[in-house]
Design a protein around this ligand. Structure first.
Ligand code: HH2
Length: 271
C-alpha cells in the first residue's frame, strides 16, 4: 500500500503516473504546457486516459538543463496544482519551498530527483502526509551526462536509495509514504541504464515501491536510433519490462497506450 496524503493506492497492479511539464524546454515537446490552462487540460486528459497520478513539474531536468528561478518555478506549478487539488497530483521539484507550497495547494506526493538531499527538504515532507519519490542521480542535470562513472551501478544506486529511504524514516516519513527510483538517464550511460533495467528486481528487493521513468528517454533513442517523437513503441516495451521486474509506478508521457500494454500483460497473469 502506498499512502499519498489523503489517497491510498494498492500496489497489486502497477500504477501509471502521467507527466505534465509546465516548461518551455522539457525534452519531449508533447509533454510541455506553456501556461496553467494548457497544463490543467493536459492533466485532466491524462486522468481521463487512466492515469493514477499526474506529476506536475516546473523545471526541466533533461541533460544540460539549467536551473529555473524559484519564483518562476512556483508561478508555473502552483496554479496547476490548485486547480487539480481534488486529484492525486505529485510535484516534481528539488526545492523545499516549492514542496511545502505545492503540498499546501493540494499535492499528495513530492517527486524529487535529488532524493530530499536539499537542506530542509526532509522536514518539508515529514511535516505533511505526502508521499515522496526518492530518485538517484549522479551529478547535476547541467553536467551529469559528461562522464558518468560507477564501479557497480546497481550496487551503488541501491545503496544510495536505501540510505535516503532510511534518512526519510529517521525524519518521520513512514515507510508507506516512500517510493524509490533508480533515475534512468540521470548521470548514466546506456550500459548503466540497461544494467539497472535488467536488475530492477534487485532494487525492488529493498522492499519499497519502485518507480521507473524510461518514457521516451535517450536510452531508447540509442537503442532504436529514433528521435523523441518516435519512441512510443520503445517506451511501451520498456514500461512492460520494468513492470515485469517489479516496478510498481510507471512514469510515462503516453498514459492510454501504457495502460493498454499493461492490460495485455495483466490478462496473461503477468507471466
Ligand atoms: N524523469 C524526468 C523527470 N523527473 N522523476 C523521476 N522520479 N524519475 C524520472 O525518471 C524522471 C523524473 C525526465 O522526464 P520529463 O519530466 O518528461 O523531462 P524534463 O526533465 O525535460 O522536463
Amino acid at each position: 500500500m502506498l499512502r499519498c496524503g489523503r489517497f491510498r493506492f494498492s500496489l497489486e497492479r502497477p500504477l501509471v503516473m502521467g507527466v505534465v511539464n509546465v516548461t518551455p524546454d522539457s525534452f519531449h515537446p508533447a509533454s510541455r504546457a506553456l501556461d496553467a490552462e494548457a497544463a490543467v487540460e493536459r492533466a485532466l486528459a491524462l486522468f481521463e486516459c487512466g492515469a493514477d497520478l499526474v506529476d506536475v513539474g516546473g523545471e526541466s531536468t533533461r541533460p544540460g538543463a539549467l536551473p529555473v528561478d524559484e519564483e518562476e518555478e512556483l508561478a508555473r506549478v502552483l496554479p496547476v496544482i490548485e486547480r487539480l487539488a481534488e486529484r492525486p497530483v505529485s510535484v516534481d521539484t528539488r526545492r523545499p519551498r516549492v514542496m511545502r507550497e505545492a503540498i499546501a495547494a493540494g499535492a499528495c506526493m513530492v517527486n524529487d530527483v535529488e532524493a530530499l538531499r536539499a537542506p530542509r527538504a526532509l522536514a518539508a515532507v515529514a511535516a505533511s502526509g505526502a508521499a515522496v519519490c526518492l530518485m538517484h542521480m549522479q551529478g547535476e542535470p547541467a553536467t551529469m551526462q559528461r562522464a558518468p562513472r560507477y564501479d557497480d551501478v546497481v550496487r551503488e544506486v541501491k545503496a544510495f536509495l536505501l540510505e535516503r529511504a532510511l534518512a526519510c524514516e529517521a525524519a518521520g516519513i513512514e515507510r508507506e509514504r516512500i517510493v524509490v527510483d533508480p533515475g534512468f538517464g540521470f548521470g548514466k550511460t546506456l550500459a548503466h541504464n540497461l544494467a539497472l533495467l535488467a536488475r530492477l528486481a534487485d532494487i525492488a528487493a529493498l522492499g519499497y515501491p519502485v518507480l521507473a521513468g524510461l518514457s521516451r528517454k535517450s536510452v531508447l533513442g540509442a537503442i532504436t536510433g529514433r528521435p523523441v517523437e518516435e519512441r512510443l513503441a520503445a517506451s511501451l516495451a520498456a514500461a512492460l519490462l520494468a513492470a515485469q521486474r517489479g516496478a510498481t509506478i510507471l512514469r510515462v508521457h503516453d498514459v492510454a497506450e501504457t495502460r493498454d500494454a499493461l492490460a495485455v500483460w495483466e490478462a496473461l497473469g503477468k507471466a
